[in-house]
Design a protein around this ligand. Structure first.
Ligand SMILES: NC(=O)c1ccc[n+]([C@@H]2O[C@H](COP(=O)([O-])OP(=O)(O)OC[C@H]3O[C@@H](n4cnc5c(N)ncnc54)[C@H](O)[C@@H]3O)[C@@H](O)[C@H]2O)c1
Length: 264
């Protein structure tokens, strides 16, 4: 099925690692121009090179989504290089599981900055040109934690719930211009291997190493109706659909791609 994404320009925040990497590669395979906006320039450039080596078109622009100056500079660079931004995928997210009462205020602020302010900054930075053109699509990566709550992820879940509500509210505001916004929610989505995640990834370190063990994955998969964990490609398939004209009558929606973990 032709997704009509060829020649479109797509910004994927956090596009170097795991899910973002899978989304970036999937857009490149659809012949879109991919802008990987990641603060980990090493991993972002590695993914961009992988795309180019396979005949695709990609650049990595070092960006901190919590810093609005770098976000605006990234959107400017993407627009100058490719003419316009057609699609924004707000994929950046970060969390380390811990009980709410054991977490520090510094950690809460980091979680809110990355998971909520990052989405606000990037969304605001692309909307002027999208509204002026009366076209554009934004796909936000939420989490099933933001739909149902998840223990040891209280503030993160709150932010992801906020992303879902922000998506709906903005979809109502800008719908008359033809701009669409939707949220895609992963459940547990493990990297293919540690080579596909960057050193700033939430999978870097002991948690990632632990989940490379098939026995650990099988144990976690028992919590999912489909009895398997997600892969980046599962999320990428849904994001491509939400970004393409094939979902032209879909806006303000929340789609879980999580093996049935939530059913809402
Ligand atoms: N992997 C899962 O199990 C899972 C489950 C539910 C939701 N999610 C969500 O999916 C998204 C992707 O998850 P993932 O597993 O691929 O994460 P990941 O940590 O592997 O990748 C995130 C990428 O974002 C980049 N990044 C982090 N903070 C940044 C910042 N301030 N500015 C720019 N780049 C930044 C990192 O360098 C990394 O490349 C996140 O929004 C996450 O919350 C993931």
């Amino acid at each position: 099925m032709d997704m009509n994404l060829a020649g479109k320009t797509v910004i994927v925040t956090g596009g170097g690692s795991n899910i973002g990497r899978g989304i970036s590669i999937a857009f490149a395979q659809e012949k879109a121009n991919v802008v990987i906006a990641d603060w980990d320039e090493v991993q972002g450039s590695k993914t961009a090179k992988e795309i180019i080596d396979n005949g695709g078109n990609a650049i990595c622009v070092k960006t901190d989504v919590t810093n609005n100056d770098t976000v605006e500079a990234m959107v400017k660079e993407a627009t100058e290089k490719f003419g316009q931004v057609d699609v924004l995928v707000n994929n950046v997210g970060w969390e380390v599981d811990q009980y709410f009462m054991e977490e520090t205020r510094d950690k809460w602020e980091k979680i809110v900055n990355i998971n909520f302010w990052g989405v606000i900054n990037c969304t605001r930075a692309v909307l002027d040109q999208m509204v002026a053109r009366k076209s554009g699509v934004i796909v936000n990566i939420g989490s099933d934690a933001g739909r149902m709550g998840e223990f040891r992820e209280a503030v993160y879940a709150g932010c992801k719930g906020g992303v879902i509500a922000l998506t709906k509210a903005l979809a109502r505001e800008v719908g008359k211009t033809g701009i669409r916004l939707n949220t895609v929610c992963p459940g547990m989505t493990v990297p293919d291997n540690m080579d596909t995640v960057g050193e700033k990834s939430l999978w870097a370190g002991p948690m990632g190493e632990a989940f490379m063990d098939p026995a650990m994955q099988a144990k976690a998969a028992k919590g999912y109706p489909l009895r398997k964990l997600g892969k980046a490609q599962d999320l990428a398939n849904a994001v491509l659909f939400m970004a393409s004209d094939r979902s032209g009558h879909v806006t303000g929606q929340t789609l879980s791609v999580s093996g049935g973990y939530t059913m809402m």
